[in-house]
Design a protein around this ligand. Sequence first.
Ligand SMILES: [Zn+2]
Length: 474
Amino acid sequence: MKSEVIDQFVESHGEQYAAISDTIWRYAELGYQERDSSRIHIDNLKVSGFSVREGVAGIPTAFIAEAGSGGPVIGILGEFDALSGLSQSSMAVSCMPSVEIANGNGHGCGHHLLGVSAHLAAVTVKNLLESYGLPGTVRFYGCPAEEGGWGKSFMAREGVFDDLDAALTWHPWTVNAIWNKHTLAVKQAYFRFSGISAHAGYSPHLGRSALDAVELMNVGSNYLREHIIPSARVHYAVTNAGGVAPNVVQPKAEVLYMIRAPRNSDVNEVFERVCNVARGAALMTSCELEIKVHSACSNLVFNDVLNRTMQTNLERFSGTAYREEELAFAASMHRTVRAEELEVAGRDLLSVWKDPKPLFDGVVPLSGERGQIHGSTDVGDVSWITPTAQCFTACFAYGTSAHSWQWVAQGKSSIAHKGMLIAAKTIAGTAMDLMVNPNLLKEARRELERQRGGKPYVCPIPANVEPPLAALVA
Ligand SMILES: [Zn+2]
């Protein structure tokens, strides 16, 4: 497939899709609440000739759009959820809430760009299959609530990725690179304690404090940290402190735990020990305990066969020239970054980028070294089901961090739009390489089978856990 064909198709749609991305930036809807964001995607996909199945896996904002016929079947994954409390004025170089965003949220992880670029890649692949009269099916997966809701994992439990030959996606970042680092598997669960209310001054001996139980559980978990594998992470948020009255013994209290570790089996082991700590806290306070799993997602396994194909495409389509004003804006953003943030950002790049500038304009070589990111993504579940690859492209000034006001501020910039188009071209180019080269898909599948050790994918979310559709605490 000639690069110019993909390049021209994507560029000719660039303005239209940048406008959709900007609109979703303004909607800034939290996980599982992305009604307007998924609607704009669905409407545009229908106009582009895709058939769309809505409400997938019992999630109103999850959808699958499909075009083409026969095999291979390539899935392209898109997201569109925002983060709470991150409202930020576009293009401002200091932290100030946006007057455009009414709900106080912000696209601090660039998922407005992520979904739209993946969508444009799917439209591009459909157009190419039709233009060249090629067999093959392209699917765009509208995946809600990546931020802590793990929408893809719930979708995976329903089997919607099972018949894919490969899945492709990307993430907005500050560099152009292939994602070849491991992520951590996650399990989240609510620990709900029930005690007995009482007058805290007159008759505290008659009360049993659920808030005491939460506090003791947290203390116990903090002691537990030293005795679990170092790569595991245990986070918590008190989601119900039992009210605001100190003169009442709190009869109900709740804490949400998030446990991360390299593999699902590690997560389950740490989770069981945290459950024991909770049981101990309940025993100490004579409270009842209910444990309710909220969600989970698997660690990511990457696929070298697909990564190499995607790297070739990333190198084909990177190389954007930036205008003076773009470089100046990136430089002003770069100045807001603390030295230690720059050091973290540069750790992986020092060997390839000797003189870091405010904007990354190269491509990080594909390394055989496997690092570990101590974060998580629900792409992990898809990667255990079908060979999966994803790239990063430079959408934000070098050194600025995900989940920050700086990323929200840069989310509608022409730099972000350029990064979004590089990703669309890279994904479309990779998908077309796979469409016309069945041997690549066979090799990629063999690699996945080796990694799975002959075992089938098992979704880490228990069958009786419903998607947590109420607004997420992001
Ligand atoms: Zn993200």
